[in-house]
Design a protein around this ligand. Sequence first.
Ligand code: BGC
Length: 438
Amino acid sequence: MDTGPRDQNTAFPADFAWGVATSSHQVEGDTSDNQWAAWERRGKIKSKDCCGLACDWWRNAERDFDLAQSLGVNALRLSVEWSRIEPQPGVFDNQALKRYGEMLKALHQRGIRPFITLHHFTNPVWFEAKGAFLSRESVALFERYTRYVVTSLRDLCHDWVTFNEPNVYASLGYFLGEFPPGKKGRFMQAARVTRHLCLAHAAAYRTIHELQPQANVGWAQHYVVFKPRRPESKIDRWLCSFIQRRFNDNFSEGILSGTAPFPLNKFGESLPGVKGTCDYVGINYYSRLRVGFEPRSPKTLFFQISVPPHKPQGDAGIEVPYGEAYPQGLRLAVGHFTGFKKPIYILENGVPDRADRIRPWVIESTVDQMRGLLAEGVDLRGYFHWTLVDNFEWSEGWHLRFGLFELDPVTQKRTPRPSAQVYAKLIRETGVLVRVGS
Ligand code: BGC
């Protein structure tokens, strides 16, 4: 019997989306009108790096679309930058939309299916000044922006991601203080932000379907596998299950059940019109973390995240470990969201690994996990590796490198890491259909 690679991969449907993922602020360059650029101007990037030209996509995304095509991917996830499209409240920039239109056409010409994220962490500064998603007005403002974008780009895109990682946005911005606006321990504010994100998502979902009835609309939920640091400790176990629920189910439980985020649900608040507003569930999965109680750590709200040193892991962040590379966890992530009974896309997966020590293993093991899930009948529709070319990693700046290609941000030179060929080979072996000129 032929047990060659093609056979092993027959589990993958011919139209499986094999992609790479990015976001506007991290790749475009000169995105200076959003709250992340303001955060950088306040000296908050831990590496003190500047986003600057990033990967220079605003002028030349096509160079990287060629690289993506050379790997054989048939899908690419990018985000559109709200601060470019609506630089002032209610004032829209047609030139910006024209540029995104060109990018989408360039992708189609290369047989690559675009997935557009409408919000990937960045807000225009005017929106941030109004309180961003803490304010009730955010829901209508996001809906207006969505209407404008989708009206302009609907002929070129069918797959939409409303929000990237609303659970990360709310937790890191309002609870851990790692993201702008840098608030710590504001549990109620984080819950209110999540509530507005759910309402804004549902409004966007309806608007997109009104403009494009056949659209495929969902969002990207970040999922972390948490484990108690000392399994014998009751408090570590309690903390771990608390964080697991509050983080992994934040936002997604609103879409699943229509109930307002804890503790707002205890005060009689609800989420009208939110339940069931997705055509798929998008999962961003990277790592496993240990959670332990740490009484001497009020700065981290008495819990500490760690990774045992002997576990496989990529490069560490400047202040905290990035996480254990744990490809088996993909199964837990997918299992966690089966209650939706919707198709699943892995919208991000990757590892910070400048020297490409473990990335090839991460990619191969993750594809193995997907093969197993498909064989069991899981409706998995796509996988997007984060990322194609090293991009600007938020507070870590250029310190953490996720690219299949290494980038020198000064010369803009790209150099393939061995992983690029590993990924290309796996895609070739699945015999995936590349839809040239579609
Ligand atoms: C985010 C990306 C980020 C990646 C790697 C995800 O949580 O969506 O923007 O670069 O993780 O940390």
